[in-house]
Design a protein around this ligand. Structure first.
Ligand code: RB5
Length: 366
């Protein structure tokens, strides 16, 4: 199977490529776009490249206005060697020497006939092998080193980030993500997940031994010793997690914090803050269901730390890698509890796949 895709700029030649592949009875998976309406190229290029990288498709062909943007995006995917070509010689050579598995072409550079001709060359030219095997391996080595560095970055988070993959949490999270889940059920699920996460986030509470009388004997047993907790939801979505955690720790106090960023100074401005007066004696758990860019979590924790609590933890349901990196760098002393690390943030700052806007879904405002 051949995976194809384009943005609006490459749509015309992508359709020509599709017709050509169909005329040769080659199975095609078309990742869009399906008309000439303006659309961003990277997500489509990513899907074609993933299809090749996973082995679902043997090769990929992606088109945009120049072929350049889609090639940049495709080459970010592991195992992809995407080549931008606007002439037959380069198409042949990128197969023979680079063993290219994705061909990128520009709809504002070549016409439909050339796109079909280049597709034929791309599919029919074998890799020369021989000395080029080593050269391609060296490309692979660069990619492997990059992944290695990324893994090292991730392992730096070990001990600071606790991903909670308990089956109950994961099951409830799936229901939470579903766009058909209504506000009432969504609120209940947020509370239940928060409660389950709180169970883990309070694992290090210290215990002391006490003696009590059971109906039949004296027993030496344990109770939580003196540590006081405060939950601080970040307004407004964090409020959705409060009931769940208070079920587990009813004696905890609840503070509230609301911030916005001054667009000129970029400094966080507290528009609401009511923290427990004895916060200095308390261990704080900051609550926010979504860790997207990390901006508000970082600012809220910075503000809370100024009041000198004993310790600060952060609990979110879904995190984006961007937000997680930012938060761990800004506050390396803050342990983070999280039910899922999603793929990325989109251009509007939404976590993908995420669950949409948690605040709107909790409060039914959209
Ligand atoms: C879209 O106008 C254009 O930027 C895109 O098709 C592509 O040429 C990007 O590299």
């Amino acid at each position: 199977m051949i995976a194809i895709g384009s943005d609006h700029g490459g749509y015309r030649i992508k359709e020509a490529v599709k017709a050509y592949l169909q005329s040769r009875n080659i199975p095609v998976k078309d990742f869009g776009t399906h008309d000439e309406q303006s659309v961003n190229y990277a997500p489509i290029a990513g899907k074609v490249a993933q299809s090749v990288s996973s082995g679902e498709s043997e090769k990929g062909i992606i088109c945009c206005g120049t072929g350049i943007g889609v090639s940049m995006a495709a080459n970010k995917v592991r195992g992809i060697r995407a080549a931008v070509c606007d002439n037959a010689f380069c198409v042949e050579m990128t197969r023979r020497h680079n063993n290219a598995n994705v061909l990128c072409m520009g709809g504002r550079v070549i016409d439909e006939q050339q796109a079909q001709e280049f597709t034929g060359i791309f599919l029919d030219t074998p890799f020369d092998g021989d000395r080029h095997i080593q050269r391609i391996q060296e490309i692979q080595d660069i990619e492997d080193q990059t992944y290695e560095l990324r893994k090292q970055e991730e392992s730096k988070m070990d001990g600071q980030v606790f991903l909670m993959d308990h089956p109950l949490i994961q099951h409830k999270l799936t229901l939470l993500r579903d766009k058909n889940t209504g506000s009432k059920e969504f609120r209940e699920l947020v509370g239940e997940i928060a409660m389950l996460m709180c169970y883990e986030a309070t694992r290090d509470l210290t215990l002391k031994e006490v003696e009590i009388e059971t109906p039949v004997a004296i027993a030496k047993t344990k109770v939580i010793s003196g540590r006081k907790l405060a939950f601080i939801p970040i307004l407004r979505a964090g409020i959705g997690m409060v009931d769940g955690v208070m079920e587990l720790v009813p004696a905890a106090k609840v503070g509230h914090i609301g911030l916005y960023r001054n667009p000129e100074t970029l400094q966080p401005v507290e528009y609401y803050s009511k923290l427990p007066t004895d916060i200095k004696e308390r261990d704080v758990i900051v609550l926010d269901p979504m860790l997207a860019t990390g901006g508000s979590a970082i600012d809220a924790i910075t503000t809370i730390k100024k009041h000198a609590p004993k310790s600060v933890k952060f609990m979110c349901i879904i995190a984006a890698p961007e937000g997680m990196n930012a938060l761990t760098q800004a506050h390396p002393d803050v342990q983070i509890y999280c039910a899922a690390m999603d793929d990325h943030l989109n251009e509007h700052g939404y976590i993908i796949p995420g669950l949409g806007d948690a605040g709107d879904r909790i409060f039914g405002t959209k």
